[in-house]
Write a protein that binds this ligand. Sequence first.
Ligand code: DON
Length: 305
Amino acid sequence: MNYKEILEQIQTEIHTQVNTGKVATYIPELAKIDAEKFGMNLYCINSGHYQFGDYSERFSIQSISKVFGLTLAMCIVEDNELFKRVDVEPSGDPFNSLVQLEYENGIPRNPFINAGALVVSDILISALDKPKQEFLDFIREIADEPTIDINPSVFESEKKFSHRNAALLNLMKSFGNINNPIEEVLDFYIFQCAVEMSCKELSTAFMIYANQGKKLITEKEILPSNKIKRINAIMQTCGFYDEAGEFTFRVGLPGKSGVGGGITAVHPGQYTVTVWSPPLNPKGNSELGMYALERLTTLTGLSIF
Ligand code: DON
């Protein structure tokens, strides 16, 4: 497979695409990002790295962090404990929606909507001594990059506009599904969203999902393969909120998006791929990023379907 040529073709096509997406503004600090940025990094298990554009520039990973939070929780808490507090069904609703929570008794549909990630954050706070430090250490370990950190301005900016996430927490606490103080859970959740990574670093970190739970170079096991199977399944069905079906239809890979404009996707046994383009479509997923991934799986013929 000539991955180099395929990425060159995608790069050429990207320049001719009309981008109707809009950069997220509800976190004011994210609105400052240059809408023209575009990076792509493909990391193949057997045939190396391929990349172009702004692939080595760090950006706000936002909801992509929900995959790392869930993975860390599954490393330390039994699945039956975790999944009695958060379900594994697609929501078909926007990422920050409150409506289902009311009639589903405070149990979020899945760990990749905000409500579910807030429950996972609550679980991590209860289980860890230093949640923020241990969360960062976890990402640094799987990405093999000790300098990964949060952007403090993005963290402060989201803190000022987190009323909806506070509402989700209050509602869930009223149902008894949040154990720690609301301010503490909100603070830790926003911290996770404020982590910055590049396309290259995300592709490396996500290799554990493509390589049966093991880091690629050292083969160190982070999580057993039966648990990785579950995380990939949730990425496939719930990684793109009310666009999970469309992403599966067009791209055909498990993955996760964030409002910073990043998407990381996984082909178990083959590769990980990350794209970054800040303008988002109406469902909150990177418009050009989805296009690039659709072209990748089409041109390579390699999707999981
Ligand atoms: O909680 C929020 O609204 C953001 N910190 C993260 C949302 C997000 O990235 C949704 N993704 N597409």
